[in-house]
Design a protein around this ligand. Structure first.
Ligand code: ADP
Ligand code: TRP
Length: 318
């Protein structure tokens, strides 16, 4: 246990996950939980940059915990917790904001994108990468599995660790990223990147009816060749050889191919949906898991924060 590598990652509490989130990020948590000391959290402080309705934020946060359990994170192997149960990360994020320059953060993609859309963007969006740096560095994480579009944030965390270490002496470990290259970006039903904001998703815990509806809405070209958008999603579920054989056999028969995809999606989603429903029926147990997870992590990061305070000159009292 003691010499396992520390894996840390989080998911924002901002809506229903889709199979893009799963194959791009969440699946790795499950695949890696046996060999690592995994700590996975609900990024509810990050979600506060966009979700500003208390009931929604609470509900979304509970939903993400169920999503984690539903995909097969095992609370006996992975520590599950809420970001807000670790107030130390907000403190550390403040300290990081004092060793980071404005021009540096202004180069972050997420900030540039939101600024392009909305000039009245909040300071939380601007500081987002530093809160994420604190999430990661406070654990001395070795590995941070995230989707492709979060890669820059992990790079910012590395830079932040270096800046702090240069200013105050060796304190934080530089984390490595982890992106499964072959599954980097999952396309949606319209062929663009699958994203909550594009309404082109296949929800991860979709009902059979939702699966049917989503697949039937997949945009296909009319050139008579392979329906690329169907194939791309299908390739997440089947190995290339059997997939290519199927698409060759059913060449031009788009309806048959969509039906085959529906069947495979049902086989894949069904058991996860049932496991999630099982956890949903045991709210006290879920509550216990998440509150114990927070307690455990608070214990771990407390020592680290004493070290950080000492290094920067903040006087500490127990
Ligand atoms: P969305 O774009 O739907 O709002 P998020 O930004 O909440 O998704 O992403 C949560 C995680 O899932 C991130 O690690 C992100 O990189 C990953 N992810 C999101 N969409 C995809 C996709 N289409 N393909 C692969 N990974 C994705
Ligand atoms: N920003 C990440 C996302 O939108 C969520 C997140 C917050 C995170 N803190 C993190 C991921 C720390 C990995 C490590 O998906």
């Amino acid at each position: 246990m003691a010499n396992k590598k520390i894996l840390v990652s989080g998911i924002q509490a901002s809506g229903k996950p889709h199979i893009g989130n799963y194959f791009g990020a969440m699946k790795q948590f499950v695949d890696l939980q046996d060999e690592h000391e995994a700590r996975i959290f609900v990024a509810n402080l990050h979600a506060l940059t966009t979700v500003q309705n208390p009931e929604d934020l609470k509900q979304n946060s509970k939903d993400v915990v169920l999503d984690f359990l539903g995909i097969g994170l095992d609370p006996n192997k992975t520590t599950l917790f809420l970001q807000s149960d670790i107030p130390h990360v907000a403190e550390l994020s403040w300290i990081f904001s004092c060793v980071t320059t404005m021009p540096y953060l202004m180069r972050a993609h997420a900030f540039k994108d939101s600024e392009a859309k909305n000039k009245e963007i909040n300071v939380g969006v601007f500081n987002y990468p530093l809160l994420m740096s604190a999430d990661i560095l406070i654990h001395d994480a070795d590995l941070v599995p995230v989707g492709k579009d979060q890669k820059q944030h992990v790079e910012i965390a590395r830079d932040t660790a270096e800046k702090f270490n240069n200013a105050f002496g060796e304190t934080f470990k530089l984390p490595g990223g982890l992106i499964m290259e072959n599954m980097a970006t999952v396309p949606g039903t319209d062929g663009q990147k699958m994203s909550k904001s594009y309404k082109n998703t296949i929800p991860l815990f979709a009902t059979d009816e939702e699966i049917e509806k989503a697949v039937m809405s997949i945009v296909t070209d009319s050139s008579g060749g392979r329906p690329e958008n169907v194939y791309a999603i299908h390739s997440l579920l089947k190995d290339k050889a059997s997939l290519d054989a199927l698409y060759e056999e059913k060449a031009g028969k788009y309806k048959d191919l969509k039906e085959a995809l529906i069947t495979d999606l049902k086989t894949f989603i069904g058991p996860m949906r049932e496991r999630r429903a099982e956890w949903e029926s045991k709210p006290e147990e879920v509550e216990r898991i998440i509150s114990e997870g927070g307690k455990k992590i608070r214990g771990v990061v407390h020592k680290k924060m004493i070290e950080v305070r000492e290094k920067v000159g903040l006087i500490h009292h127990e």
